[in-house]
Design a binder for this molecule. Structure first.
Ligand SMILES: NC(=O)c1ccc[n+]([C@@H]2O[C@H](COP(=O)([O-])OP(=O)(O)OC[C@H]3O[C@@H](n4cnc5c(N)ncnc54)[C@H](OP(=O)(O)O)[C@@H]3O)[C@@H](O)[C@H]2O)c1
Length: 269
């Protein structure tokens, strides 16, 4: 029985919401008693409840009724089924991480709610995330300020206009997957040249990390940093020539465009 509103109610506590929640609990931004969650299945609700020490069930309306702020984190395709059944409390703050779903669509489905759209990426787990913040027309200044405070321990919060959210998502939201793919590819390439799998994996990962930190610290364009590693006619040049011949840059551009196109389909679907 819920007696007082928990601070945060989570509808759909899967990969994304769990990454955010883990960081909030770790940084004591929220206490487990202040969080109420639900998932789609009893088994996952039990697992989430146990993992985080929070109340977690499968009744989404109970989460709404017991929460001051609701974090909506189900798959975008499920939103119609999930939201059709729910009645927000008047003036309740709703934070949605649903890819491709505009604030106006959510506002139409959640009458009386103050809606803000978020687009986090999974490095929020370590407080090194990027989170796009897009308030809907229903959001008040107080909602925006309170949301910024809640998001601060997760990483950098960036104000993103609604028309650019899909582009942000395609670069930063999906981006970790591209980076992991590159780490995998570089690992396999090292193994193909005879390195032990463990060594190849370490080289790939630490090269990515070191280069990322260098790019951040140097404060110079990556093209300049690349030029410094690339002697004319040398090994790096030979490798970069292959990337260029195979259309590396165009591939990345096309991949991001495909993600944006998929967002448009999800918004309709
Ligand atoms: N993963 C990312 O990197 C990322 C990045 C940015 C944004 N997002 C957004 O985050 C959202 C969730 O993605 P995800 O990767 O975390 O997916 P996920 O791991 O599949 O999590 C979805 C959660 O929703 C629950 N759920 C399913 N049906 C439900 C229902 N009827 N009522 C309540 N909960 C229900 C699932 O429970 P069961 O496990 O029991 O089905 C699960 O806990 C998506 O909208 C996605 O666009 C994800």
């Amino acid at each position: 029985m819920i007696t007082a509103p928990a601070k945060l109610g989570i509808i759909g506590c899967g990969k994304m919401a769990s990454a955010m929640l883990a960081r909030w609990l770790e940084t004591a931004t929220l206490h487990p008693d202040e969080v109420l969650a639900c998932t789609g299945r009893e088994a996952s609700a039990l697992a989430v409840g146990k993992a985080f020490g929070i109340a977690c069930g499968t009744d989404a309306q109970a989460v709404v009724d017991g929460a001051e702020t609701v974090l909506l984190a189900v798959k975008p395709q499920l939103r119609a089924g999930v939201l059709a059944e729910l009645r927000p409390r008047p003036g309740q703050r709703w934070l949605s991480v649903l890819a491709g779903v505009p604030t106006a669509t959510l506002e139409a489905m959640l009458p009386g709610a103050h809606v803000l759209r978020l687009m986090p990426n999974t490095p929020v787990r370590l407080g090194r995330g990027l989170i796009a913040l897009t308030p809907g027309d229903s959001a008040r200044q107080g909602d925006i300020s309170a949301t910024r405070v809640l998001l601060a321990p997760l990483g950098s919060v960036i104000d993103v206009a609604e028309q650019h959210v899909d582009a942000f998502t395609a670069v930063a939201g999906s981006g970790p997957a591209y980076v992991f793919l590159f780490i995998e590819a570089l690992t396999h390439a090292g193994m193909a040249q005879g390195l032990a799998p463990k060594v190849a994996a370490q080289l790939a990962l630490e090269t990515l990390l070191g280069s990322g930190f260098l790019a951040q610290e140097a404060g110079r364009p990556p093209a300049e940093l690349r030029a410094e590693v690339t002697s004319k006619g040398g090994m790096t040049q030979a490798a970069l020539n292959v990337f260029t011949e195979r259309g590396w840059s165009e591939t990345v551009t096309d991949a991001v465009a495909a993600a944006v196109a998929r967002a448009a389909e999800l918004a309709v679907g």
